[in-house]
Structures are given as C-alpha cells and as structure tokens.
Design a protein around this ligand. Structure first.
Ligand code: PEP
Length: 251
C-alpha cells in the first residue's frame, strides 16, 4: 500500500520570521492528525529555522533544488550534502519553473536525481506538459520523455522510493486545475512508463503526486483517484488552514 504524500512548495516566499510563523501555523492547523506523509519545502535560507520549528513532529523537511556536484566552484548552488546537514529528507527536482526560467533540462534533472539518491535524499521529480503540448495531443509523449530521461541509470530499488509529481505547466499558479480524470490518465501513463523502464513492483511502489492549483475544494476529488497518491502544493501551502485541509483530504 502506498502512503499518500502531500508536499508544500513555498517557492521564493517567506523571510525567516514569516517562515517560522507559517511552519507553526501548519503544525497548529494539522493538530497532530497526520496520517499521511507531509513535507514542507521552504527556501534554502530558512531550512534550518523551519527544521527547529518542526522539531520532533511528523512533518518532514524538503528543499526546492540541488546541484549534482558534491562541492566546488558553482556559485549560487547548493549540494545534497548541504541539504542533509540542514535536516532535509526530501528535495524537489525539475520543477517547471526551474526548467522554464533557469534552463534545467531533462539531462540536468537526471544528474540532480542521481546526486540526490546517492546522498540518501528522497526526490520529488516534477514532470508536466505545457498548454501547447496538451493542445497538440503531446501530453503522453512529453511526460514519457521527461520520466524516461530523469530515471536514466537509476537502479530499480532507488526508483521505487522516488516520488513523481505530475504538474501540468498550464495549471501551476494559474487557478486552472486538471480534472481528476485528466490527471489520473497521465498518472496511469506514468506508472506504465515505470513498468516498462523497470518492473511491476517499481510501478506499484512509486508515489505519484498531482500538482497544479490544488485547493481544499478540489483536493479530495483528485486524491480519490486510484493512481493519485497526494499532491505537490504551491500557493495553498502558504496558508496553514488550506494546506491542512488538503492534507486531511489525502488521508
Ligand atoms: C507548484 O508550484 O508546484 C504548484 C503546484 O503551484 P500551485 O499549487 O500554486 O499551482
């Protein structure tokens, strides 16, 4: 049985004091009722501060990216080892904002994924099509290409422990959400790709999140679908009550 997983991507929001307040607010709103895996992914600058607030609660910490090198002359970058020492267990990789604005490619997502796994971090690998790709009927091949490239050279046991977030680019931060059946169809095809790349065990084990304007009002319908194992939440993860409601919808 796959344990549902809901992760909050705080993006480039929250100074230290604000981040501390948000983390406390989420803990209060969840009120101890965490029966799914919950991860918060703040900016690098506040990871340690948020970790202190989370303390020994069941909430887990994640980062929003990493560089594949262990260390070196890579100004502005952060390594897997650095994230581990800040208390991270998860890391988001290949988010469409990284691909769109910072030139990340299928190849560098694969490098990051292998570095994360090598260091013992749990990756949340983002894939998803643009509106033009969806309208031209290319959703399935685009997502297949992204998944295949991301997992190149990744052994089956590692792949089984990964999370893949299907995030249609046209639904991120736009208020537009894929319908539960649109999302589920892509999730089913991602599981099929994992079966082809690996085997049935990996395809059954890998957890697939949906991301793209998830809110308390639409979360339950999405999470009720058999191949949707939770969500990657942007905007609504900055509001404690909304995030907690989404977590509860995944239980
Ligand atoms: C995201 O950035 O991963 C995301 C899903 O954002 P939003 O929920 O705001 O659409």
């Amino acid at each position: 049985m796959r344990v549902p997983i809901v992760a909050g991507n705080w993006k480039m929001h929250m100074t230290s004091g604000e981040a501390e307040q948000l983390a406390r607010g989420i803990l209060d709103s969840l009120d101890g009722t965490v029966r799914v895996e919950v991860v918060v992914c703040p900016a690098f600058t506040v990871l340690e501060r948020v970790r202190k607030v989370l303390g020994d609660s069941p909430l887990k910490l994640g980062a929003q990216n990493l560089h594949w090198a262990e260390e070196g002359a890579f100004t502005g970058e952060v390594s897997a080892g650095m994230l581990l020492t800040c208390g991270c267990e998860f890391v988001i990789l290949g988010h469409s904002e990284r691909r769109t604005w910072f030139g990340e490619s299928d190849t560098t997502v694969n490098q990051r994924l292998r570095a994360a796994l090598g260091a013992g971090l749990k990756p949340i690998v983002c894939v998803g099509e643009t509106i033009e790709e969806r309208q031209s009927g290319a959703t399935e091949p685009v997502v297949r290409r992204q998944v295949t490239a991301a997992f190149k050279g990744v052994p089956a046991p590692d792949a089984a422990g990964c999370v893949v977030a299907y995030e249609p680019v046209w639904a991120i931060g736009t208020g537009l959400t894929a319908t539960p059946s649109q999302a589920d169809a892509v999730h089913t095809s991602i599981r099929r790709v994992m079966r082809e790349l690996y085997n049935d065990n990996v395809a059954r084990a890998v957890r697939l999140q949906y991301g793209g304007s998830v809110k308390p009002e639409n979360a339950a319908d999405l999470f009720n679908r058999p191949d949707i194992d939770g969500g990657l939440i942007g905007g609504a993860s900055l509001e404690p009550d909304a995030f907690a409601a989404i977590v509860k919808a995944a239980v």
